[in-house]
Design a protein around this ligand. Structure first.
Ligand code: NAD
Ligand code: ZN
Length: 362
């Protein structure tokens, strides 16, 4: 399936389907990326081992000049040193302003390679080839960048891809924990926007976890659709885009206090959603059934909804105050007013947050 992302000054297609990597040359040509344009595939060593040769060979056979650069898999590679090293690789490969970066991998590769494309010669074209479910989220919205040692995602830019090619067959090699982890943002997209999508997810848990292609394509398509709907209303994150942060205030704090080691992003956000729905229940007197349905949906995908370790409550609250999305150290939360509906609420009291954290502890 194909989804067209329309932005004020640009639009680009997201192709989602089976066996798409073999059609890559055709899809590139459709976007005007002709064989005379030099390509640099950036991937990580794990994805590289599994999928790079297919991609590189297909493109070379079609007549492209293709270079390949690898990073070490994992979040710790998303830093300025790697950016500099990769830009060095682009210089050595002789990339010019018409060259194209292809990001083959999960969100880490997408963010880093996208930032290489945004910075090299003040910006060249790039194409996303996502290989994780989580990357359905990062492939829409144009945010690229790296981490600072003191703060995640603090260095970056907005740089839209020319094209996204999501070959769902590539997901088959994902470790099981990464599959589950990737479903959080899919579920989140339902919870913030589309109650019908929530019900649809509830009835397709098993086939989705087994990566059954038709259902998987549908889930990714609808997830991207929600993200695109939100982002196109607020490309530079001045307002409504904040709702994408549902579950992320507590989620980011959990990632921070555990030094990004204990939880995967999707796991931390799943716990954060459980916290946010409980806070909403308190704030808007929501029926308890909405809390239960939300947690049950996350759990059915094998995602956690409880804090399982003795992190310090104070450190968690401090981390929330330092969150990039916080203003003047006040706690802002995206809260739900019913399945498929959320709003941003400013200045939530610390005691309400602590109360909810206690509810989901243990
Ligand atoms: P990731 O890129 O680190 O991938 C997770 C792991 O799976 C890695 O070890 C990787 O090597 C491996 N892997 C990837 N694809 C595979 C495949 N097909 N088969 C086998 N192994 C595979 O992590 P992620 O969860 O995809 O992304 C997380 C990153 O995305 C974070 O850095 C986050 O900040 C970023 N992100 C960005 C945005 C955005 O809008 N730009 C949105 C959400 C998340
Ligand atoms: Zn997220």
């Amino acid at each position: 399936r194909t989804l067209e992302i329309r932005l004020s000054d640009q639009s680009y297609p997201i192709h989602i389907g089976s066996q798409l990597f073999s059609r890559l040359p055709t899809l590139l040509l459709q976007q005007g990326i002709t064989e005379d344009r030099r390509l640099m595939v950036i991937t990580d060593n794990q994805v590289g081992k599994l999928h790079a040769s297919t991609v590189v060979e297909t493109l070379r056979e079609a007549g492209y000049v293709v270079h390949l650069a690898e990073i070490t898999a994992g979040e710790h590679s998303k830093n300025l040193l790697e950016l500099e090293r990769l830009i060095g690789a682009c210089i050595v490969a002789g990339l010019d302003r018409r060259s194209v970066i292809l990001a083959l991998g999960g969100g880490v590769v997408g963010d880093l390679a996208g930032f290489v494309a945004a910075s090299y010669m003040r910006g060249i074209s790039f194409v996303q080839l996502p290989t994780t479910l989580l990357a359905h989220d990062s492939s829409v919205g144009g945010k690229v960048g790296v981490n600072h040692p003191q703060a995640k995602n603090y260095i970056g830019a907005f740089h839209q891809p020319e094209l996204v090619v999501f070959d769902v067959d590539s997901l088959r090699t994902l470790p099981e924990r990464e599959v589950r982890n990737g479903f959080t943002e899919v579920i989140k997209h339902g919870l913030i926007w589309d109650v019908h999508f929530v019900s649809w997810l509830e009835t397709h848990v098993d086939s989705l976890l087994q990566l059954e292609p038709t259902h998987l394509i549908e889930a990714i398509y609808r997830g991207c659709q929600v993200k695109a709907a939100v982002v196109s209303q607020d490309e530079r994150e001045q307002g409504i885009r904040a709702i994408l942060n549902y579950g992320h205030t507590i989620g980011h704090a959990l990632e921070a206090v555990s030094h990004y080691q204990h939880y995967k992003h999707g796991e931390a956000v799943a716990i954060g959603i459980a916290g946010a729905v409980r806070l909403s229940q308190k704030y808007f007197s929501l029926p308890m059934e909405i809390v239960e349905r939300t947690e049950a949906l996350l759990n059915s995908f094998g995602l956690p909804t409880r804090i399982d370790e003795n992190w310090s409550m104070d450190e968690l609250v401090q981390a929330m105050r330092r969150d990039k999305k916080a203003r003047n150290g006040k706690l802002n939360f995206v809260l739900t007013t019913g399945l498929g509906k959320v709003e941003l609420v400013h200045e939530i009291s610390t005691s309400d947050v602590e109360d909810v954290l206690t509810q989901i502890w243990g």
